[in-house]
Design a binder for this molecule. Structure first.
Ligand code: FAD
Ligand code: UDP
Length: 367
C-alpha cells in the first residue's frame, strides 16, 4: 500500500512528491505520457533543449517560490523580449516606447499618451470585452496590427467575444523596456527543465504510458490518498459534459543555420499566417551550436486525442467547473490539483505556489 498515488508527473505532482519523499512517504506515480515532466519537458537535440510543449520561461514575483526552484537548478539571466512580426514589419513587445516609436514615429512619452488618448476616444465606458480593453490600453493601430489577428488565431474566437482580462496579462509601459514580464525573478534553468523534474520525483515508483482513468477503481485501492492532476471532467467520465480547451500543434524543424530569427520568440500577429509564433529554442540558453531548431506553433480547438493546453475562460466553463467541484467532494481521499484538475491557467510559479500550499496542509510544513 502506498501513502500517495500521484496521477500525472508534471510540476504540481513533482513538488508534492518531493516533499512527501522527504517525509519518508511511499509514492506511486502514474503518467499517461512516455516521460515525466508534464508540459515543462524538454528534448535535447544536438545540444539544444527543445521545449516540447511550448516555450517555458520561468518568472515570478514570489521570492519564496524563486528560492524553492533554485534548490533544484541554477538559472541563467534570460529575459523574454519577444518580437511581433506583422507582415514583415517588426515591433518590440510588450507594448512599450520601442513599439510606439516604431508604430507612429513619435519620440516622447507625452506624445505617445496623446496619440493613444485620441485613438481610444470611442471607448467611453468600462471595457466589456477584449477588443475594447485592448483599444483603451494601446489604441486602435496597435490593436489592429499586433493584437486582433494574433488573439483571434490563439483563441479561435472574435475579440469582441473574449473576456477583457486576457489582455491585461501584458504590461504596457511608457519606457524603453522590452522585458515581457514585470516580475523581479526570471530565467531559464541551466540544462533545461528535465533535471529539476528528475530530482523532484527521485525515490518514487513511476509507471509511464498508463492512463489512470482507464483503471480508476483498481488504482484508487493502491494508496491511502490520491493526488490527481489529470483533467477534472475525465475523472468523472465527462458525466456533466466536457470542458473546452484550446490545443496546440507544434511543428519542429532543424535548420542548417547558426541563427534563424535572432530571438527566441517571434509572434506572427497577422490573421493570414497560419501559426501564432515561431520559437527558436537555442536562444533560451544563448546556444552557439552550428545548427538550429525552430518550432511553429498552431492553435486549434481541443478534441479528444489532442492535448488540452489552455482552459477557455467563459461563463459556461466556469459554471461547469463549479458543478464538477461539487462531485469532487464525494472523494475525500482524492486531492485535485494543478492546471488540468483545477481547470486554471496556472503559470509555473503559480503551480508551485499551489503545490506548496498543499504540502503545508497535507504534510504539515511548507517545504
Ligand atoms: P501538466 O504539466 O499538464 O502535468 C499534468 C500531467 O498529468 C501530464 O504529464 C499529463 O500527461 C498527465 N496526465 C493527465 N491525465 C492523466 C491520466 N488520466 N493518467 C495519467 N497521467 C495523466 N508557465 C510559465 O511560468 N511560463 C511559461 O512561459 C509558460 N509557457 C507555457 C506555454 C504553454 C504552451 C503551456 C500550455 C503552458 C505554459 N506554462 C508556462 C504553464 C506551465 O506549463 C504550467 O504551469 C505547468 O506545466 C503546470 O503543471 P501541472 O503539473 O499542473 O500540469
Ligand atoms: N497577445 C496579442 N499579441 C501578442 C501577444 C499576446 O494580442 O503578440 C494577447 C493574446 O490575446 C494573448 C494574450 O495577449 O492570449 C496574453 O498573452 P501571453 O503571451 O501572456 O499568452 P500565453 O501564451 O502566455 O498565455
Amino acid at each position: 500500500m502506498y501513502d500517495y498515488l500521484l496521477v500525472g508527473a508534471g510540476l504540481f505532482a513533482g513538488v508534492f512528491a518531493h516533499a512527501a519523499r522527504e517525509k519518508g512517504k511511499k509514492c506511486l506515480v502514474i503518467e499517461k505520457r512516455s516521460h515525466i515532466g508534464g508540459n515543462v519537458y524538454c528534448e535535447k537535440l544536438e545540444g539544444i533543449n527543445i521545449h516540447k510543449y511550448g516555450a517555458h520561461i520561468f518568472h515570478t514575483s514570489n521570492k519564496s517560490v524563486w528560492d524553492y526552484i533554485n534548490r533544484f537548478a541554477d538559472f541563467n539571466n534570460y529575459v523574454n523580449s519577444p518580437i511581433a512580426n506583422f507582415k514583415g514589419e517588426l515591433f518590440n513587445l510588450p507594448f512599450n516606447m520601442n513599439t510606439f516609436t516604431k508604430m507612429w514615429g513619435l519620440v516622447t512619452p507625452d506624445e505617445v499618451k496623446a496619440k493613444i488618448e485620441a485613438q481610444k476616444r470611442e471607448i467611453t465606458e468600462e471595457p466589456s470585452n477584449l477588443e475594447e480593453q485592448a483599444i483603451s490600453l494601446v489604441g486602435k493601430d496597435i490593436y489592429l496590427k499586433l493584437i486582433k489577428g494574433y488573439t483571434e488565431k490563439q483563441w479561435g474566437r472574435d475579440c469582441k467575444d473574449l473576456p477583457a482580462f486576457i489582455i491585461k496579462r501584458l504590461p504596457v509601459r511608457y519606457t524603453f523596456d522590452n522585458n515581457y514580464f514585470n516580475d523581479p525573478y526570471q530565467g531559464i534553468p541551466i540544462g533545461g527543465y528535465n533535471p529539476i523534474i528528475e530530482k523532484m520525483f527521485a525515490g518514487c515508483d513511476i509507471v509511464l504510458e498508463t492512463d489512470f482513468n482507464e483503471n480508476r477503481e483498481e488504482y484508487l485501492k493502491k494508496a491511502k490518498k490520491i493526488v490527481y492532476t489529470g483533467q477534472l471532467d475525465d475523472f468523472f467520465d465527462f458525466s456533466l459534459g466536457k470542458f473546452e480547451y484550446r490545443s496546440l500543434r507544434f511543428e519542429t524543424e532543424r535548420i542548417e543555420s547558426e541563427n534563424y530569427q535572432g530571438v527566441a520568440v517571434m509572434n506572427y500577429t497577422d490573421r493570414e499566417t497560419p501559426y501564432t509564433r515561431i520559437i527558436e529554442h537555442k536562444h533560451f540558453e544563448f546556444g552557439k551550436q552550428p545548427v538550429t531548431y525552430i518550432t511553429r506553433e498552431y492553435s486549434m480547438e481541443w478534441q479528444e486525442g489532442r492535448e488540452p493546453y489552455y482552459p477557455v475562460n467563459d461563463i459556461r466553463n466556469q459554471e461547469l467547473l463549479e458543478k464538477y467541484k461539487k462531485l469532487a467532494q464525494d472523494y475525500p481521499n482524492v486531492i485535485f490539483g494543478g492546471r488540468l484538475a483545477e481547470y486554471k491557467y496556472y503559470d509555473m510559479d503559480k503551480t508551485i505556489e499551489a503545490a506548496l500550499k498543499l504540502v503545508e496542509t497535507e504534510l504539515g510544513e511548507e517545504k
